[in-house]
Ligand binder design. Structure first.
Ligand code: PLP
Length: 396
């Protein structure tokens, strides 16, 4: 078996595409003007920013005036949540609803707000990794300021019932924000039709560069600034525009949202082949609903091994994978997402996420399906936990 290099961690980040890079390059040198300057060099930069804003709006079914560029997805989440908290606190509303398995950009923001007088309800997820909209309905109170539920989970890829949750929020007169960092470019989104009030996205998950994101804010929501200073982003978010990054995001989102159904039709059979192949190993389970998940995501727990050891051995075989979100790897705690599914600590520890895109080939899939069982077999041979499991002894 010839060694291959397979990047199967697109949920962590993606490479900047050729067309994104080509669109960005002129704005580093020839088109370096400050988008606030009134001479032509500045006006050209301004036009490029507005063109990118149009593209982002178009991709989301929004109005360009509803799109605000940010430095990343985390900033967009922080802005939506802290901004709404500030806005609604003035009306005496200091309760926020979110779920237990959000990204830390959301969870750490709500935890910060809890320290500053807000109350937060964390709704559970089912064993399939789905939020029940009725849990949201039950949690909404007179003083609820915001509901924030992610569109698709970054670790297990499950796609949430966003339309139903948005409808409940509207019925109850509560604002609804969704962290769609993992969903944009993989599911069709139309914020107006779906009744989404605010949506966060990030460029580096869709082949733009790292450090660029956007927040959609429905017209009429007077979200306070997160960054004070100049009048950029119509006075709502200060800071000289990162023109190349913004231009790149425009091209990236246009490309990513162009043929979603076609791309997914190509990826899903290969993803399913990977799932079925890996699940042939004993003591394995797929985490998250099999169908209501991102086309390119699979997350499997493999008992009797440590996720980190598996990742290192996959890396030695040229395969880039992940055992949790990129932000939490490096920490020894098992993923909060997998624990929320009800997995035991030792099972959550032995988990692997592959996130693939349409450039993956049948040969790549066959290679992964050759490597994973071999590596798992070797790790289990060395594992005291596996030995105890096989003898039917208790293990921790
Ligand atoms: N939200 C989700 C669901 C994510 O997966 C990520 C990145 O992993 C973020 C937010 C943060 O995005 P960024 O890396 O652009 O700050």
């Amino acid at each position: 078996m010839e060694k291959r290099f397979i990047y199967a961690d697109n949920a962590a980040t993606t490479a900047v595409s050729e067309e994104v890079l080509a669109a960005m390059l002129p704005y580093f040198r020839e088109g370096y003007g400050n988008a606030s300057s009134i001479y032509k060099l500045g006006r050209d930069a301004q036009r490029a920013v507005e063109d990118a804003r149009d593209k982002v709006a178009q991709a989301l079914g929004a109005d360009p005036r509803e799109i605000f560029f940010t430095s990343c997805g985390s900033e967009a989440d922080n802005w939506a949540i802290k901004g709404t908290a500030e806005l609604m606190a003035k009306k005496g509303k200091k309760h926020i609803i979110t779920s237990v398995f959000e990204h830390h950009a959301v969870l750490h923001t709500t935890q910060y707000l809890e320290k500053h007088g807000f109350e937060v309800t964390y709704v559970p997820i089912s064993d399939k990794g789905l939020v029940d909209p009725e849990d949201i309905r039950r949690a909404i109170r007179e003083d609820t300021a915001l509901v924030t539920i992610m569109y698709a989970n970054n670790e297990i890829g499950t796609i949430q019932p966003i339309d139903e949750i948005a409808a409940i929020c509207h019925e109850k007169g509560v604002l609804f924000h969704t962290d769609a960092v993992q969903a944009v470019g993989h599911v069709d989104i139309d914020v107006h039709r779906q009744g989404i009030d605010m949506l966060s996205l990030s460029g580096h998950k869709i082949h733009a560069q790292k450090g660029i994101g956007a927040l959609y804010v429905r017209k009429g929501i007077a979200l306070p600034n997160l960054i004070h200073g100049g009048g950029q982003e119509r006075g709502r978010r200060a800071g000289t525009e990162n023109v190349p990054a913004v231009v790149g995001l425009g091209v990236a989102i246009e490309t990513a949202t162009r043929n979603i159904a076609e791309k997914n039709a190509k990826i899903i059979p290969l993803r399913n082949k990977l799932i079925d192949g890996i699940l042939k190993l004993p003591y394995t389970r797929l985490n998250g609903d099999r169908d209501k998940r991102l086309a390119g995501n699979l997350n499997i727990s493999i008992e009797g091994i440590e996720g980190e050891s598996l990742l290192l051995m996959l890396d030695m075989n040229g395969i880039c994978a992940s055992s949790g979100s990129a932000c939490t790897s490096g920490s020894l705690d098992p993923s909060h997402v997998l624990l929320a599914l009800g997995l035991k600590h030792e099972v959550a520890h032995g988990s692997m996420r592959l996130s693939i895109e349409e450039n993956i080939t049948e040969e790549d899939v066959d290679y992964i399906l050759e490597v994973v069982p071999k590596v798992v077999g070797r790790l289990r041979e060395m594992s005291p936990v596996w030995e105890k499991m096989m003898k039917g002894e208790k293990y921790e």
